[in-house]
Design a protein around this ligand. Structure first.
Ligand SMILES: [Zn+2]
Length: 442
């Protein structure tokens, strides 16, 4: 007998009228809009069936008839599917809250207008291992300013929610709540009493965090995009044809590894105050051009200020939230931020003795790159390190990356000989790398 996974049920919220899709939806619910020739709903059902989900409840709202006639009883997908129709619109969460008794102890929940390629088995394992009440799939995106953002502590607990839209000066980072959840049913019961329209973010998640439930973020770079507007629908369709909607563990990615101070932002010595962060000119567009060429973007930074006791991990994280926020205004995001908090020279007042060690991650050591390559499925041979310091170049050499040293002005700087290329700034580096790639491809 095989062991069934403990989360084997999926709830799909597909009640939205799809007005914003206009002619693209051709009178269909968003869940039945086709991507790569197949309705999104079918993609979702196939993904679920492959992850050993056996039962599905579709909250179909306005679209009960169309969805029921497409999906039937689900047997052709190897699933048992029930389509439920609420008599009046109840928002994204109202129908689910009214129907807790038809749902099992733990279940996945996804919106019907979301295209995804996420390993649901891993997601469920995380939820169960954390004994969470509610696990939210979260990722960075290129429009954080109009996305619902999560504030997550170092433990992965969601401590606050910030529903969109946001004031440009409120930097909440770029941990976007993405409409895929694992839910412990009984955690929702206290919220089920109130009748009427309810929203999953503003009512359920805010309510759960408010009542002290264990809400955790599952941060992942796996593919998940909503297709709620005609532009996003076109993006998703393009992604499909470019093979981007594909299981993460079967892919490898090329990456640009980036130093921080002097590469992305103005070098102010030991930057501790987010207000002091200032992006260098042209950084946003340069990163966007890398992204368009299919590179992942990964920040690698030495922060000995933490070991020296001059800043806490939280201070550094706040600087990075501001950085992600400013990049978000330029329509780009980082796939990962890797920080070395260590420093080898002990014996100063106020220092953190636990971090005053010779570590394997302070550049030019390769620990940060090694971790990023594992976490983000990065292929070193097609990846680059870009930085303004000789230790960035030395780290690239040790870890098998090609490198660009920024700052042509510093003639005779150590590292110039070792760097594969030298460029004035990140824009120039992007131009050279992308040109090399084009000519190399011919
Ligand atoms: Zn370190």
């Amino acid at each position: 007998m095989t062991n069934l996974p403990a989360v084997s049920h999926l709830a799909i919220v597909a009640g939205g009228k799809g007005t914003r899709l206009g002619r693209f939806a051709e009178g269909l619910p968003k869940a039945l809009v086709k991507i790569g020739g197949k309705p999104v709903l079918q993609h979702q059902l196939e993904l679920a069936a492959a992850a050993s989900v056996s039962g599905v409840t579709i909250f179909a709202g306005y679209w009960g008839g169309a969805i029921a006639s497409f999906v039937g009883d689900g047997s052709r997908f190897g699933l048992s599917v029930e389509v439920r129709v609420e008599p009046e619109p109840l928002g994204t969460a109202g129908a689910v809250l009214q129907s807790l008794d038809v749902l099992p102890d733990n279940f996945f929940l996804v919106y019907g207008d979301v295209m995804l390629s996420v390993d649901l088995t891993d997601l469920a394992a995380y939820h169960l291992a954390r004994e969470a009440d509610f696990t939210a799939f979260a990722h960075p995106n290129d429009h954080p300013y109009d996305s619902d953002l999560l504030e997550v502590n170092r433990d992965g607990r969601v401590v606050a929610l910030h529903p969109a839209p946001h004031h440009p000066d409120c930097y909440f980072g770029n941990v976007v709540n993405a409409a895929l959840y694992v839910v412990r049913r009984d955690a929702l019961r206290p919220l089920a009493a109130a009748a009427g329209k309810r929203d999953f973010v503003k009512d359920v998640m805010v309510g759960l965090v408010g009542q002290g439930s264990c809400v955790v973020a599952y941060r992942s770079t796996e593919y998940l995009k909503d297709m709620g507007t005609p532009e996003r629908l076109q993006d998703v369709e393009l992604d499909w044809w470019q093979g981007k909607i594909y299981p993460e563990r079967l892919q490898t990615h090329r990456a640009i590894f980036l130093d921080r101070d002097g590469t992305l932002n103005v070098d102010r010595g030991h930057l501790r105050d987010p207000e002091q962060l200032e992006l260098l000119p042209g950084v946003g567009p340069a990163l966007r051009s890398f992204r368009q060429a299919g590179y992942r973007l990964v920040l690698l930074t030495n922060q000995p200020v933490i070991a020296r006791g001059e800043a806490t991990e939280a201070d550094v994280e706040l600087v990075h939230r501001r950085l992600e926020w400013e990049l978000g205004k330029d329509g780009v995001y980082l796939d990962g931020i890797y920080v070395c908090p260590h420093h080898p020279d002990a014996g100063f007042p106020g220092e953190r003795t636990d971090l005053k060690i010779v570590c394997d991650c302070r550049k030019p050591a390769t620990g940060l790159v090694d971790r990023a390559c594992r976490d983000l499925q990065i292929d070193r041979i097609s990846s680059w390190m870009v930085g303004d310091h000789p230790r960035d170049i030395e780290m690239a050499r040790r870890s098998g990356l090609r490198s660009v040293l920024l700052g042509r002005g510093r003639v005779g700087q150590q590292g110039q000989r070792e760097a594969d290329l030298i460029a004035d700034d990140l824009s120039a580096a992007a131009e050279i790398i992308l040109k090399h790639r084009e000519t190399g491809a011919k």
